[in-house]
Unconditional design. Structure first.
Length: 133
């Protein structure tokens, strides 16, 4: 596998790789015919950090998107993964967290198969430091 990483912004990177890919999850009937295939992978990643501030409170978030083309010369197989997270402070130390994950796949031009997950949660972020001399 070879790749390149480009720092677009302070917290954002673009990654491009090319190499061999082996199907990870196979039905028992597919194992005998499975083989490694050439794949091209591109991803855009925004590492978690402060997006903006409202009333002195930081709204944090991050996302990633990845696109994989398997055997691009001989087939029309593609896998897309996306993930996003957002953290909104309610009051000290409680935060509301929102997340979304998407997985989409097509094989040889067939209809896209989709899977997604939405999460809503509460995070307690309490820290205290004491310095003693």
């Amino acid at each position: 596998t070879v790749g390149a990483r480009f720092e677009l912004l302070e917290r954002m990177t673009l990654n491009l790789t090319a190499g061999m890919n082996w199907q990870e999850a196979l039905a028992p009937s597919q194992v005998a015919g499975s083989k490694a295939e050439f794949a091209i992978v591109g991803s855009l990643v925004a590492r978690p950090g402060t997006l903006f501030t409202i009333g002195g409170r930081n709204i944090d978030g991050g996302f990633s998107v990845e696109d994989t083309l398997r055997d691009p010369r001989n087939s029309d197989s593609q896998i897309v993964r996306a993930s996003g997270r957002l953290s909104i402070p309610l009051f000290q130390p409680l935060q509301l967290t929102l997340g979304y994950d998407l997985f989409a796949r097509t094989v040889n031009g067939q209809a896209w198969g989709l899977g997604h997950d939405t999460t809503i949660g509460l995070r307690i972020a309490f820290s205290r430091s004491v310095q003693l001399f």
